[in-house]
Design a protein around this ligand. Structure first.
Ligand code: PEP
Length: 248
């Protein structure tokens, strides 16, 4: 991994946890964590403030979604301004579950990314191909199209961490091999070089997500273009600390 890019590990709790389990997570997050890794946890909206208040200050807290405008008649939504008001700095947008369970299209995700950045949040936009797309040799076409949709709304790349998460690897126990992940990450970096610029390509963190565990994180972390992880299931368990420390 390039020394320019700080290793980044995000946890995505999804719709899991209550105050009691969040307290347990907070306890293990006080464990020995490599300060060379930037760590962020994505928690359910209703626990954003609680988590921010109790999680060590060195660990960022992210919302798992937010809407594309600041306020208004959008029942059930939250805005980036609200995330900030809860003391949080980050938001995960376009997660495959948002795309595929809630049918969020590229344009909506892009608008959300644009507004979250304008509002001052840091953003983890997620991209990735489905199994049939990979099997049809369409991985590049799919992830490049997802990147292209994001492009017009990204003003400040220093506040963006791209999560490459093949849909077939999320929550399935089927991890991309380090070679498969590296291949897509390298292509994404080349895409950034060609479609944004060399500086953004070199400095933007591209993290991998999809069944990362304490058992496979070290091999993945050795790859040049893998700058960290987005972790679902394993971020709820003490093992998460081993993943955070994968490069130690
Ligand atoms: C995720 O939720 O982004 C994810 C990668 O989940 P898991 O690690 O459980 O596959």
């Amino acid at each position: 991994m390039s020394s320019q890019r700080k290793f980044f590990v995000g946890g995505n709790w999804k719709m899991n946890g209550d105050k009691a389990t969040i307290n347990e997570i907070i306890e293990f997050m006080k464990g020995p964590i490599n300060t060379n890794t930037e760590v962020v946890v994505g928690c359910p909206q209703c626990y954003l403030m609680y988590t921010r208040q109790h999680m060590p200050a060195s660990i960022g807290v992210a919302a798992q979604n937010c809407y594309k405008v600041a306020k208004g008649a959008f029942t059930g939504e939250i805005s980036p301004a609200m995330v900030k008001d809860c003391g949080c700095e980050w938001v995960i947008l376009g997660h495959s579950e948002r795309r595929n369970v809630f049918n969020e299209p590229d344009k909506l995700i892009s608008d959300k990314v644009g507004h979250a950045l304008e509002a001052g949040l840091k953003v983890i936009p997620c991209i990735g191909e489905k199994l049939e797309e990979r099997e049809g040799n369409r991985t590049e076409e799919v992830v490049f199209a997802q990147m292209k949709a994001l492009l017009p709304n990204i003003s400040d790349w220093s506040r963006v961490v791209i999560a490459y998460e093949p849909v077939w690897a999320i929550g399935t126990g089927k991890t991309a091999t380090p070679e498969q992940a590296q291949d897509v990450h390298a292509k994404l970096r080349q895409w950034l070089r060609e479609n944004v610029n060399a500086q953004v390509a070199e400095s933007t963190r591209i993290i991998y997500g999809g069944s990362v565990t304490s058992g496979n994180c070290q091999e993945l972390a050795k790859k040049t273009d893998i700058d960290g992880f987005l972790v679902g299931g394993a971020s709820l368990k003490p093992d998460f600390v081993h993943i955070i420390n994968a490069r130690t």
